[in-house]
Design a protein around this ligand. Sequence first.
Ligand SMILES: *Cc1c(COP(=O)(O)O)cnc(C)c1O
Length: 382
Amino acid sequence: MSLSPPDVRVIDLDRIVRFVDLTGENAAVTPDVERRWRALLQAGEFVGGCEVEAFEQEWARYCGRTHAVGTANGTDALALALAGLGVGAGDEVLVPANTFIATAEAVSAVGARPVFVDVDPTTLLLTPEAVAAAVTPRAVAVVVVHLFGAVPDIEGLRRVADRAGLALIEDAAQAHGGRRHGRLAGSFGDVAAFSFYPTKNLGAFGDAGAVVTDDRMVADRIRSLGNHGRRAGSPNAHDVVGGNSRLDALQAAVLRVKLPHLDRRVAQRQALAAQYAAQLAGVDVQPVGVPVGSESAYHLFVVRSAQRDLLREMLAADGVATGVHYPVPCHRQPAYRCAGGPALPVAERAAREILSLPLHPGMTEEQVDRVCDVLAQAERAL
Ligand SMILES: *Cc1c(COP(=O)(O)O)cnc(C)c1O
């Protein structure tokens, strides 16, 4: 006799598709991580030290940069990038409206004001034209977000930034391994900020982040600001009022073990995204576009549908988990709504239509098949 209430559908466990599943990826690195963690425990080395220094060098080299500074998380990395470039009270910083709230929070954290900019309707990324039109007299910087893993027209954005005298910061928290004209995300801005939150393309076993830059002075300033304003080599000399945002050794060890797998993991994401795109060609949902010349790192695979909420419920009822990144644009969040500002129609419409499908490197082709089948069925039933 079945004990399930009649209105609850029982889904076969093997038909469930999780949105993200890190178990396989993490199991593969666990023996190496355990070995390094044991050594750190024995050495009593938890903040700073060899693993942190080695990871900073390896991450800078991976990004094609001369300097990397580890931070406690990606939000701090963005705030330290801004502070390191001298952005502060009274300044304004252009940011896309449709980003994770952390991009705007980092601007607020340094005492500056975010100016929200609308985005391109096909890629949902900043364009040089939109940024040029949004420049204010107090604007000193623009944060370019490589949303979902794709680098926008960064050459055009650089020209606009230079002409307007803006510093260019990359929020590359979703774009580890993404490229534009062959060059890696994180290699373009005056400073680029990364998050290594566990579900990002390169994820730690907790919070972690980093900034990368080619400017030695900026790197030194960021390192000092994240370490109580300390002067290099003089632990008791505090030159500026800083704070505490350092990468811990346990996380650096995890990141060092995982970094050699990053390119392969990104390639797996790209292959799954290509399969999605091909199999969704006949279904009435539109994948968000990737700019010509860019290779997305596919942190997320996002489609659009006017019936998003209904579609999402139907997928969930069939065991397919999805996400929405993000359902409310920053300028419509209570935290920033009081700032007023203009309507940003592209970001607002996108927020109602976007749907992130399951995607992670351990996902199988059969699982993509299943998501596409369920999506096609749901579409027909609408
Ligand atoms: C994750 C993320 C951040 C913040 O990173 P945390 O490590 O979670 O602080 C910033 N910007 C974007 C676009 C992100 O996706």
